[in-house]
Design a protein around this ligand. Structure first.
Ligand SMILES: *Cc1c(COP(=O)(O)O)cnc(C)c1O
Length: 365
């Protein structure tokens, strides 16, 4: 049995530190917006190289709060990718703005900058790339487009914690970076959690209020906000895990390199590193025309696998506005029909990767 992710092994390795960190919070009985959240936020700001890091309750909330802080709303168009988790575009709808889905690059699965350029209209206000599966989107090209057209660049970094472009962390060189600490993400809590990064002081102050009922001074509410705080227990756990994140991401890259050997010569496309940044392999996703056969073999061998994502967002009922047909985005549709994600986590052993390779080799023979 090989699972998609094995959080058990990571917990066992860190058990002493994590249990002590949780016990300390329980003893202190400070559970909301206390010393761990404050310390984590400065440690995250330092690690990511950003002036402000504001934690919140989830990655979905991070996106929502960033769009609120950017004052995006009805009438505004935000260009994004359809090949992502629904939260990316849900957040756009939460503020009443319009997600404009454009096609992806067939090899990196990230937003195609030419498709973004072609979709810009007078109502476009922002570009929202996702660093999908841990590989940075084409930030140099998207940054240039944002500058040329005076658009905000807001990054969905839910899958890219620790990924860098030219030595710079994803989420640190745009208006906002939005991260998730969902347990299976590269930096995962033991529950929900999220983070927004920004370099803009008024935006950071706005985010601090939005996550806490629109309040800076207790019982003074400047606007309608939310209850979207990271709790102290999760913050304490994340402080322990943050110290290990570079090693975890290096191990994920080791896993990917081993897969490349184990899958060599097979009739499938392994992940393509486009060299724009450093891929941190949140997922290891191959493309194959024989997905059903491979999935049946993996199922039989009790090896984890998953399709991320089977239906691109422009084809989801939730985004069907019933007034016009969904756009035709052939690359996203083709990739959704052929993608298959294999187990990847820092503790995955070379021998297990080789066994997964053998299983797939036999299925394709
Ligand atoms: C996980 C994820 C989110 C949402 O994060 P949550 O913490 O689960 O709310 C958003 N975007 C992408 C691309 C994700 O993978």
């Amino acid at each position: 049995m090989i699972p998609m992710v094995d959080l058990q092994r990571q917990y066992q390795a860190l058990r002493g530190e994590i249990d002590a960190a949780i016990a300390e919070v329980l003893e202190s009985t400070r559970f909301i917006l206390g010393p761990n959240v404050q310390a984590l936020e400065s440690e995250l700001a330092e690690y990511l190289g950003v002036p402000y890091a504001v934690t919140c309750a989830s990655g979905t909330d991070a996106l929502h709060l960033a769009l609120r802080a950017a004052d995006l709303g009805p009438g505004d168009e935000i260009i994004t990718t359809p090949f992502t988790f629904i939260a990316t575009a849900e957040a756009i709808r939460y503020v009443g703005a319009e997600p404009v889905f454009v096609d992806i690059d067939p090899r990196s699965f990230n937003l195609d900058p030419d498709a973004v350029a072609a979709a810009i209209t007078p109502r476009t206000r922002a570009i929202l790339p996702v660093h999908l599966f841990g590989q940075p989107a084409n930030m140099p090209a998207l940054t240039q487009l944002a500058e040329d057209h005076q658009l905000l660049l807001i990054e969905d970094c839910a899958q890219s914690f620790g990924a860098r472009v030219d030595g710079i962390q994803t989420g640190s060189a745009s208006a906002f970076g939005c991260f998730s600490f969902f347990p299976s993400k590269n930096l995962g809590a033991y529950g929900d959690g999220g983070l927004i990064t920004t370099g803009y002081t008024p935006a950071a102050e706005r985010l601090l209020k939005l996550r806490n009922h629109g309040s800076k001074v207790r019982y003074h509410h400047d606007e309608i906000g939310y209850n979207s705080r990271l709790d102290e227990i999760q913050a304490a756990i994340l402080r322990v895990k943050l110290r290990h994140i570079d090693r975890y991401n290096a191990e994920r890259r080791r896993v990917a390199a081993r897969y490349a050997q184990a899958l060599a010569g097979l009739d499938l496309e392994i992940p393509h590193e486009d060299g724009i940044g450093v891929h941190v392999y949140h997922q290891y996703t191959v493309l194959t025309d024989r997905r059903d056969a491979i999935m049946a073999a993996l199922q039989q061998a009790d090896i984890g696998h998953a399709i991320y994502y089977p239906i691109p967002l422009h084809r989801q009922a939730a985004f069907d506005d019933r007034t016009r047909p969904p756009p035709s985005l052939p690359v996203s549709e083709s990739v959704a029909g052929r993608c298959l994600s294999l187990p990847v986590f820092p503790e995955l052993e070379d021998a297990q990767i080789d066994a997964i390779g053998e299983c797939i080799r036999a299925a394709l023979a």
